[in-house]
Design a protein around this ligand. Structure first.
Ligand SMILES: [Fe+2]
Length: 287
């Protein structure tokens, strides 16, 4: 597979709308949070349309709840499809998780047990979503803080099996791998080595917090040095993968985030041949 490569992006946040619109900063692309724009009209969509006119975009959701035993939400999928038609993103993603059950929303991204029954359940639902949307989706690995007695395999085996059987793509969050590896005492390199290189379409980078012995995926700090090192290891395994930084709290000035993104660009330039990093925008739509 020739992996589409968008280059280096940032999460689009409302705090930065004015700066982006006025200055059109040099960023290869933006990732938007889909649910922020599932509204009938108004300023969010107006800003979105204006910024989309200048930048490639991908869409990232938090409400699909692909692992839940509740039926898929037809209204959510309809709104998602409408937003896809409006934004024309290069791809869309959500998380390999469940967010609630019995119509109760936890408003959190919860991990799944890693076993064959859950694989079959999730694969069936991913196929339903992809059939409805008419395109493949990306699923992202969580950071997690609990495990299940009913898990029978590693997270990376579980994740890889779902992606291969459902024929979907993978969004690898490098910080989430680091956080989960710390919390559950596994080697993050084992995770990277367990993932099919052809499935990975995007990387996330983010900062985390320390809470006693646990690391928490808070997205409120800069990316730390060990996560940068893991990013370099990931580039060595997967090659050029579209990379973005997520920042959701303690959000700094746009220029500071742009500076942090330049660290990712530097690491990639030192790790990969220059011709691997030329964005290939003519073939970036996933199908
Ligand atoms: Fe992420």
């Amino acid at each position: 597979m020739t992996r589409p490569f968008l280059g280096f992006g940032l999460g689009l946040r409302t705090e930065h709308y004015a700066y982006v619109l006025e200055n059109k900063p040099a960023v290869d692309w933006f990732e938007i949070l889909s649910e922020n724009y599932m509204v009938p009209g108004g300023k969010p969509l107006d800003n979105l349309d204006r910024i989309r006119a200048d930048y490639p975009m991908v869409m990232h959701g938090v409400s699909l709840s692909i692992g839940s035993t509740d039926p898929l939400d037809p209204d959510y999928l309809k709104n998602l499809k409408q937003l896809i038609q409006r934004v024309q993103p290069h791809w869309i993603s959500d998380h390999l998780c469940w967010t609630g059950v019995n119509n109760t929303n936890s408003h959190d991204l919860l991990p799944l047990p890693y076993n064959e029954d859950v694989i079959a359940h999730v694969v069936d639902r991913v196929e339903q979503v992809q059939d409805y949307l008419g395109q493949r989706i990306l699923l992202e690995n969580l950071s997690s803080y609990v495990t299940y007695k009913s898990s029978e395999m590693s997270e990376w085996t579980f994740f890889n099996e779902i992606a291969c059987r459902a024929d979907c793509h993978i969004l690898l969050d490098i910080n989430n791998i680091f956080v989960s590896a710390h919390n559950h005492h596994f080697d993050p390199a084992d995770y990277l080595n367990g993932i099919d290189t052809d499935r990975v379409m995007q990387f996330h980078l983010a900062g985390h917090s320390h809470n006693g012995e646990m690391l928490i995926d808070t997205h409120d700090h800069d990316v730390c040095d060990p996560v940068w090192a893991l990013y370099a290891t990931a580039l060595e395994r997967f090659g050029a993968v579209s990379t973005m930084i997520e920042r959701d709290d303690n959000i700094p000035e746009f220029q500071q985030l742009r500076h942090e993104l330049a660290i990712a660009e530097d690491i990639a330039a030192k790790t990969l041949p220059a011709n691997a990093l030329a964005p290939r925008l003519n073939d970036v739509r996933t199908a």
